[in-house]
Design a protein around this ligand. Structure first.
Ligand SMILES: Cc1ncc(C[n+]2csc(CCOP(=O)(O)OP(=O)(O)O)c2C)c(N)n1
Length: 672
């Protein structure tokens, strides 16, 4: 095979060779270990090394790469420590994920690598987020994300490419078209002639190259990246190659016709390149021998280290502690203002203004934008239009369109972009137009944002704001209470305030907090609940409930709209001594305050707007039953919405919501 070296120096040509040889040698070793049962699983990149290596060498060392399961060459070319890498592959504690993750599912910020989650596609949006950070901070850099041909069928591929194109983000979307998904051929995967044809549909440049030609890969990406650094825009690059082994070793290759192996076997990127270097006298047999021996020693030493490391010893406390990035908020309790709200940062003065809950959201966002220059707001129609609830009205005048971003209708990509911004030390607030639409971003939230810190130490500094709840006649897809979907996900925080003071303080705290926070705002409370709110910036501790009314006979544990239903009931029944606890935060939740109230009154009603079965109330009831059984005078009761979708007509909706059944339930409990 002929190579076009252009103006590349011998040094570069040899470096490309060495960088391809190393992952090949590691893989050959891994295949041996696999046969001996010393490696549990292996996804081979043999035959595809030119892509990983050419791409990595074409980028600057501080430009982020988002590799997948076949990109060992990215890690080795970036010079990751083999001992740590092999310990990672062996599930040992000294590996990059402390034995929590398998194979290449980890990242290393020191090497500017963000590794995959199994779902493949989410990487593409994270790369777009890093590219957005580059653009915002005017760093002339690109990011690069890998996808297989199979991965291009995922919705995330469409969302990431579309958003990157609209925002002109300098990200290279690199498709390794190796002919197969797991066993699915490309003809069963897509119906266009070439995947690169999609570029034109997104309004971006696209190139298709021979992925087995290391110099073509290196030269093309070097050139593209150089242009993109000057002139930020995304590019789609399709690299044609072939997977010479099974999807993973155990799955075999029976479904692949032999003739394909014969044809592609002759195109081996390493052998051909090596032969060419030899024929050009750039490389000699002796130096090959020398390099191979050197790598062999390095690989064997590192393997010895990893294989000899004792298996990881679980430490429950550490496992739990590492679910969240540490966050130490400033605590200032010196103010003269009474600390009835668990203020962490007290407002500087007692000045206050009457505000609706929606105004408190706006106030918090505005002050947080002033406080954090690295905070970026993203959401549909939030810029000139000010958002459907007018929360960000007037923001672009003060903060500009770079930081107050109208987004595409691509919830998943936007959340992934938020994560990419975190990688570059930005903070992101993503507004879901309605909480119902968070379903479309579910995977990014529950699998990527929630788990990444625990997996390999990268925090996701993203707040997802969600106008939620019923009572506004908006039907099944603009009214849902979906907080319980998220309280089940370690790594997320779930905040759900019911009053303007709490809303401002908790939203400020959520933005400060380096962890992903799902922030629920009840639409029906936006303009119906008003309170004097402190003008200055303050925060309220996440995870602390508040006893908003003290009583002796019965406790109502609730949050969101339930707080106001309970308050109204208590106001209307002054002869009943009712204690009301507003949870304010559902993850983590304040077991201490709830338990104290349950023990005090001996009768507990857990009230929420969410439907009954699987609602968060079940968790609270179980906890109280387990920890305060002897103090109870009645079973813990729950009152929630009917187990149906949210109906549209006001009459049906009123019947769906629990408030109409509140009086009877309280009576039942009081009389128990
Ligand atoms: C969302 C999702 N669905 C299914 C899978 C299972 N799966 C893992 S890899 C794979 C094939 C991927 O093919 P491709 O993107 O072409 O990459 P390749 O493995 O060929 O490099 C499948 C179906 C997955 N990981 N994620």
């Amino acid at each position: 095979m002929e190579y076009n070296r252009g103006s590349l120096s011998d040094d570069t040509l040899l470096k490309l060779y060495r960088n391809m040889l190393k992952p090949r040698m590691i893989e050959e070793k891994m295949l041996l270990l696999l046969r001996k049962g010393q490696v549990s699983k292996w996804f081979s990149g043999i035959g595809q090394e030119a892509i990983s290596v050419g791409a990595t060498m074409a980028l600057h060392e501080d430009e982020y790469i988002m590799p997948l399961h076949r990109n060992l060459g990215v890690f080795t070319t970036r010079g990751v420590e083999l001992k740590k890498l092999f310990a990672q592959l062996q599930g040992k504690a000294s590996g990059y994920s402390q034995a929590r993750e398998r194979s290449f599912h980890f990242g290393i910020n020191q090497h500017h690598i963000v590794g995959m989650i199994s779902h493949l596609g989410p990487q593409l949006s994270v790369a777009a987020g890093v590219a957005l950070a580059h653009k915002l901070s005017k760093e002339q850099k690109v990011s690069l994300a890998f996808t297989g041909d199979g991965g291009t069928s995922e919705g995330e591929f469409h969302e990431a490419l579309n958003t990157a194109a609209v925002w002109k983000l300098p990200v290279i979307f690199l498709i390794e078209n190796n002919g197969y998904g797991l066993s699915t051929t490309t003809s069963e995967q897509y119906a266009c002639e070439s995947l690169v044809d999609r570029a034109v549909g997104y309004g971006m440049k696209g190139y298709k190259i021979d992925g087995n030609d290391i110099l073509e890969v290196y030269n093309t990406i070097s050139l593209i990246a150089e242009r993109m650094r000057e002139n930020p825009e995304p590019v789609l690059l399709e690299c044609m190659t072939f997977r010479m082994r099974g999807h993973e070793e155990a799955s075999g290759t029976k479904y692949v016709p032999q003739e394909l192996f014969d044809v592609w076997g002759k195109k081996d990127p390493l052998t051909n390149y090596e032969n060419w270097l030899l024929s050009e006298k750039i490389l000699t047999e002796d130096s090959i021998k020398y390099i191979r021996e050197k790598y062999s020693r390095e690989i064997n030493d590192a393997l010895d280290f990893a294989l000899n490391e004792a298996p990881p010893v679980p430490d429950t406390e550490k496992e739990l502690q590492d679910v969240y990035a540490p966050y130490k908020p400033e605590v200032e309790n010196t103010s003269a203002i009474e600390n009835t709200h668990n203020f962490q940062i007290m407002p500087k003065s007692a000045n206050h203004t009457k505000k609706r809950l929606v105004d408190a959201v706006q106030d918090s966002l505005k002050q947080s934008m002033q406080k954090y220059e690295n905070l970026v707001l993203m959401g549909q129609d939030i810029a000139e239009y000010g958002g459907v609830f007018k929360v960000t009205e007037g923001f672009i005048e003060e903060f500009g369109k770079d930081r107050v971003r109208n987004t595409t209708l691509c919830e998943s990509a936007i959340v992934g972009i938020g994560l990419g911004l975190s990688v570059k030390k930005y903070k992101a607030m993503v507004e879901m137009q309605f909480a119902d639409f968070v379903t479309v971003a579910f995977n990014q939230i529950v699998n990527n944002l929630a788990k990444i810190y625990w997996r390999w130490g990268q925090n996701a500094d993203v707040v997802v704001r969600m106008p939620t709840g019923a009572g506004v006649g908006a039907g099944p897809f603009h009214s849902q209470s979906n907080e319980a979907w998220f309280t089940h996900i370690p790594g997320l925080k779930v905040v759900y305030p019911a009053t303007p003071i709490d809303t401002k303080g908790l939203l400020n705290a959520s933005i400060e907090d380096p962890n992903p926070v799902m922030f629920f705002e009840h639409k029906a409370l936006y303009r119906s609940v008003t309170e004097e709110v402190y003008d200055d910036y303050y925060t309220i501790e996440i995870g602390k409930a508040r006893v908003i009314r003290s009583g002796e006979d019965l406790s109502i544990i609730t949050y969101g709209a339930g707080v106001h239903w309970a308050l109204k009931y208590a106001d209307e029944h002054p002869d009943e001594s009712i204690e009301i606890v507003d949870l304010r935060t559902l993850l983590p939740w304040d077991t201490e305050t709830v338990l104290a109230s349950a023990k005090k009154t001996g009768k507990v009603l857990v009230l929420h707007e969410d439907t009954l079965t699987g609602g968060f109330g079940g968790e609270i009831a179980a906890y109280i039953a387990e920890h305060a059984f002897q103090n109870l005078d009645a079973p813990v009761m729950r009152l929630a919405s009917l187990d149906t979708p949210v109906p549209f007509a006001v009459e049906l909706e009123a019947n769906f919501l629990p408030v109409g059944r509140l009086e009877a339930k309280i009576k039942e409990l009081l009389e128990y």
